[in-house]
Design a protein around this ligand. Structure first.
Ligand code: ADP
Ligand code: MG
Length: 259
């Protein structure tokens, strides 16, 4: 192949936005020649690299857009530390069928047991499966909705939370929510109800959500919709943040303190 032809091919790949192919063309051509590969094998190799590169870019972009507080995968989660968790159940969830079926996932448990980590890990899996994901804390979400309502842009703001296929709402119950906030939260839940799956996390049992939302009626209406199609996972264990202290015997494990 002439240098002019190589250059022309690279230019065309550039115009077609096949950037990885452009970068790898020369090397893959040489490898194919050396191995006496078929035309089909050559194309197979080149396109596989292009697709892998585009997929990786997509995942990076969507991970950025998801606004995770940290990026930690399920693969880095130590299930042996949290025996109350069913590893198989989390693995099943990581296949993202719950998203396809429009089911919610609720993680309940005390601070530090890995609720946010699991929510982020599942969010990353959803991104790998091609879904758009958005992460928010309950407090951040209510602040944003309150501000938008005051500025007459509530509808616009609600759309931001309804468009992503998966919405993660972290830390329900850490901060008290006033009635106006609870109402806005309810509006969002109603909009997503039976349309968009969510992952919710809370340090408060469902029975305490009346106090969290400052209104038993609104809390019941929220729970009614959230739990209609939902998988609830109760984590009863020690905070991972205390791992080293537990090992050193500086604090007592949960099992010992509750019996
Ligand atoms: P929660 O949201 O339940 O308060 P986090 O998910 O924020 O807890 O966990 C606290 C910290 O400990 C995070 O840095 C998290 O990655 C880590 N962590 C918690 N549980 C595990 C675990 N079983 N394996 C690995 N890291 C964990
Ligand atoms: Mg958390």
């Amino acid at each position: 192949m002439s240098a002019a032809q190589l250059e022309r091919l690279q230019e065309q790949m550039q115009r077609l936005r096949l950037f990885k192919s452009r970068e790898r063309l020369e090397a893959v051509l040489q490898e194919a020649t050396a191995k006496e590969a078929t035309y089909a094998d050559f194309l197979d190799t080149l396109l596989a690299e292009e697709v892998a590169s585009k997929t990786a870019k997509h995942v990076t972009m969507r991970t950025h857009l998801a606004r995770f507080p940290f990026v930690k995968s399920l693969e880095t989660f130590d299930f042996s530390y949290q025996p109350s968790l069913d590893k198989k159940q989390i693995q099943t969830l990581s296949s993202c069928h719950f998203i396809e079926h429009g089911e919610n996932v609720v993680f309940l448990g005390p601070p530090g047991v890995g609720k946010s980590h699991l929510a982020v890990g599942l969010g990353l899996k959803a991104i790998e499966h091609g879904y758009r994901v958005l992460f928010a804390t309950a407090a951040g979400l209510i602040t944003a909705l309150t501000k938008a309502a005051a500025e007459g842009r509530l509808d616009e703001r609600l759309k931001i939370y309804t468009v992503p296929r998966l919405l993660i709402i972290d830390e329900i119950g850490y901060l008290p929510i006033d009635r106006a906030g609870a109402n806005l939260f309810f509006q969002l839940i109603s909009r997503r109800y039976e349309r968009g799956p969510m992952i919710l996390t809370s340090n408060q049992s469902f029975g305490s959500w009346g106090d969290v939302f400052g209104d038993r009626v609104i809390a019941t209406a929220i729970l009614d919709r959230v739990l209609h199609h939902a998988i609830t996972i109760n984590i009863r264990g020690n905070s991972y943040r205390l791992k080293d202290k537990l090992k050193a015997g500086l604090v007592k494990p949960v099992e010992a303190t509750t019996t």
